[in-house]
Design a protein around this ligand. Structure first.
Ligand code: UD1
Length: 386
């Protein structure tokens, strides 16, 4: 059986790593139907810190093909990737194209593959935010409409697909593949020193004096969604809250996404964060460094989807700076660690103070057990041969 997996952006890498490992394990058993696997990287993320370092740290083999599409508008990225992927699929004639998550590569690969009548498997299917202003929601809807095999991370996602009329035989609840990576890397991350991580990753231009008490209590921040970082008033209000209020209680550690750094520079807001002594700006972190910081953070403030899930498993109280989530299983009402606060500062402030009173409470949703990838391989083999 021939499988091509397609990745493009940072959140894809921690999902594809365990899948590739599960294929290798399967092939080692000398099965009657071995799997030939090709990895294609669209090149949407290209900085070493956004891409290469994850390949090295998570033991992902170098991509067999890199399409080098780079940054651009959504239509530009998807269009270029579709054209290039079509050539790859025609040349290598896979039985299955496997896509993960909800980035532009996920959409491009699904459409190109289906137009060539190639079967598509979507790992992390069925997530729905209901928010059509989110580019990822469009990617999810199109991908799931086209996919032949929809592997879901939780039963709520399976239910979403049923409501949309996806036939039962295409849906398989396998668990959360990203948690395979978390579980396999937890020990390594735990051995790292927080102080060393900060020292080694400080954003060039950020000056501050190190002392270990800085890390006794800290908030961890990540922001990159257009809804938060593309509007100067919104991002300024968030920065004021972080620099004037949160820093009164604790240090703020903020590994900054390249798009956010560029926007802060465009809006003339970079000096506000560079000048604040208790806010430490870091460059984008590697997998283990981020996991280590998450393990001891007093609170996370984020607009990332994956971090909501990691906080849930680690028990880190999490303020999600969004008005909706495609991952309701991570919310407090479902036993998770996260609460939606949007980007309204009064709401953020209120939940921030309430959240500080809460204890860490790790949760393991059903089948978030570190063994999702073998279930994905099994599901493809079963569908592929039936
Ligand atoms: C993409 C995903 C998003 C995911 C995020 C994680 C889509 C629609 N969005 O958003 O779901 O949460 O990745 O990071 O696919 N840039 C660099 N170097 C890079 C990559 C990006 O400098 O290696 C800068 C460029 O200015 C670029 C901007 O970041 O224009 C945005 O990058 P892009 O890949 O378009 O989207 P993300 O915001 O990263």
């Amino acid at each position: 059986m021939r499988i091509i997996s397609v990745v493009g952006a940072r959140p894809n890498f921690m999902k594809i790593a365990p899948f590739i490992r599960a294929i290798e394990t399967y092939n080692h058993q000398l099965p009657p139907i071995p799997i030939t696997h090709l990895l294609v990287h669209t090149g949407q993320h290209y900085d070493d810190r956004m891409s290469q370092q994850f390949f090295e740290q998570l033991g992902i083999p170098a991509a067999d093909i890199n399409l080098e599409i780079g940054s651009g508008t959504h239509a530009g990225q998807v269009g270029h990737a579709m054209i290039a992927l079509e050539k790859v699929f025609v040349e290598h004639t896979p039985d299955w194209v496997v896509v993960v998550g909800d980035v532009n590569a996920t959409l491009a690969a699904s459409v190109s593959a289906k137009k060539l009548n190639i079967k598509v498997c979507h790992i992390e299917a069925g997530l729905r935010s209901g928010d059509m202003t989110m580019p990822e929601e469009i990617n999810r809807l199109v991908t799931d409409r086209l996919a032949d095999l929809l592997l879901t991370p939780d039963t709520l996602s399976s239910e979403n697909l049923r409501k949309e009329g996806v036939p039962e035989e295409k849906i398989k609840f396998v668990g959360n593949i990203m948690i395979d990576t978390l579980e396999s890397q937890r020990e390594k991350a735990a051995s790292l020193s927080i102080e060393a991580i900060v020292k080694e990753n400080v954003l060039p231009g950020k000056q501050f004096t190190f002392h270990s008490s800085l890390f006794s209590q800290y908030a961890l921040v990540t922001l990159h969604r257009p809804s938060n970082v593309d509007n100067p008033h919104i991002i300024k209000a968030i920065i004021e809250f972080l620099t004037k209020e949160v820093t009164k209680d604790m240090t703020v550690i903020w590994p900054i996404h390249p798009r956010t750094e560029k926007q802060l520079a465009n809006f003339g807001l970079l000096s506000m964060v560079l000048d604040c002594k208790k806010l430490i700006l870091l460059q984008p972190l590697g997998y283990h460094d981020m996991l280590r910081l998450n393990m001891d953070a007093s609170i996370m403030l984020t607009d990332s989807g994956g971090l909501q899930e990691e906080c849930t498993v680690l028990g880190t109280p999490c303020l999600t700076l969004r008005w909706n989530t495609e991952r309701p299983v991570t919310l407090r009402e479902h036993g998770g660690a996260s609460v939606l606060v949007g980007n309204n500062i009064e709401r953020i402030r209120e939940e921030y103070h309430y959240t500080l009173t809460r204890q860490r409470k790790p949760l393991q949703p059903e089948l978030w057990d570190g063994n999702t990838a073998p279930r994905c391989v099994e599901a493809i083999l079963t569908s592929g041969t039936s």
